[in-house]
Write a protein that binds this ligand. Structure first.
Ligand code: FPP
Length: 231
C-alpha cells in the first residue's frame, strides 16, 4: 500500500492517549478492556510514525496523578504496559527504534522497573525513531526534579539551558505537534516546559479508535500551520 505523502512532517510528535475508559464503558466492558485495545493503537501509532520517518515520538502512558486510580486498574495497567513493551521490543529493534523512558520510575515495583529498563537498554544503540514513553510522569514533578538537581549542584542563578539538561527529555528536541484524543481540551501536566511552542491538535476520537487515518488527519492539519515562535 502506498505510504501517505506529506509536504512537511513534525520532527517530534507527542500524543496524549485519552479515552480508553469511555471506549470500554460505551461497550459495557471493564476499563481495562479499553486499555488493552489502547495498547494495540499505541503499537499501530509507533509503527506508522516510524514508517513515515518521524524522528521523535512521545506518548503519555501513565501520569503521576494516575497512581491515584483504583489499585486494580493501576495494577492491570502496569502489567499491560510492562508486558506490552517487553513483547514489542524485538519488533522495535527490527525497526531500529530507540526507547526512552521518562518519569519517576522509582515508584514502580522492582521487577517491572528492571524489565522496562532492560528494554530501554536493549534498544539504546538504535538510530531510527526515538520513542519516549512517559510513565509515572508529571510536568510539574519534572520541573521540581530539575530544580532540585540544580540546588544539589550549588547553583544560585540558573538559565533555560540549566533546566533543560535536567529534564527527562534532555537532549531531545521540543515537540512540534501534540495530539490529544477523546475531546478533552487540556494539557494535564504533560511536557509543560517542552510544549512552549508546540502546535496542538484535538480530536473527539477515543484513543482505541485512533487509527492511522486519524493520525494522517492530524499530520495534514499540521502541514497547514504557520509557526511563528513569537516572531
Ligand atoms: C487514558 O485514558 C489512558 C491511560 C491512563 C492509559 C494509557 C495506556 C495505554 C493506551 C496503553 C499503552 C501502552 C504502552 C505500552 C505505552 P483514560 O483511562 O483516562 O480514559 P477515560 O478518560 O475515558 O476514562
Amino acid at each position: 500500500m502506498a505510504i501517505e505523502q506529506f509536504a512537511k512532517l513534525p520532527t517530534h510528535v507527542a500524543m496524549i492517549m485519552d479515552g480508553n475508559g469511555r471506549w470500554a464503558k460505551k461497550r459495557l466492558l471493564p476499563r481495562t478492556a479499553g486499555h488493552k485495545v489502547g495498547l494495540d493503537t499505541f503499537v499501530e501509532m509507533v509503527d506508522t510514525c516510524s514508517d513515515l520517518g518521524i524522528k521523535y515520538m512521545t506518548v503519555y502512558a501513565f501520569s503521576y496523578e494516575n497512581w491515584n486510580r483504583e489499585k486494580t486498574e493501576v495494577d492491570a495497567l502496569m502489567t499491560l504496559m510492562e508486558t506490552g513493551i517487553r513483547r514489542y521490543t524485538p519488533e522495535m529493534h527490527r525497526k531500529n527504534i530507540r526507547l526512552h523512558l521518562m518519569g519517576d520510575l522509582s515508584l514502580f515495583e522492582e521487577g517491572k522497573r528492571a524489565s522496562l529498563l532492560a528494554c530501554q537498554e536493549e534498544l539504546s544503540g538504535n538510530t531510527g525513531m526515538t520513542l519516549s514513553i512517559c510513565l509515572s510522569y508529571g510536568g510539574r514533578q519534572e520541573l521540581v526534579h530539575a530544580c532540585n538537581e540544580l540546588i544539589k549542584e550549588g547553583k544560585t542563578e540558573i538559565t533555560d539551558a540549566d533546566i533543560e539538561r535536567h529534564l527527562y527529555s534532555a537532549g531531545l528536541p521540543d515537540p512540534d505537534l501534540i495530539i490529544r484524543t477523546s475531546g478533552e481540551y487540556r494539557i494535564s501536566n504533560f511536557l509543560l516546559w517542552q510544549s512552549a511552542y508546540a502546535e496542538y491538535y484535538f480530536t473527539d476520537v477515543l484513543w482505541p479508535d485512533f487509527h492511522k487515518e486519524e493520525l494522517y488527519k492530524a499530520l495534514h492539519d499540521f502541514e497547514g500551520r504557520k509557526r511563528r515562535f513569537g516572531k
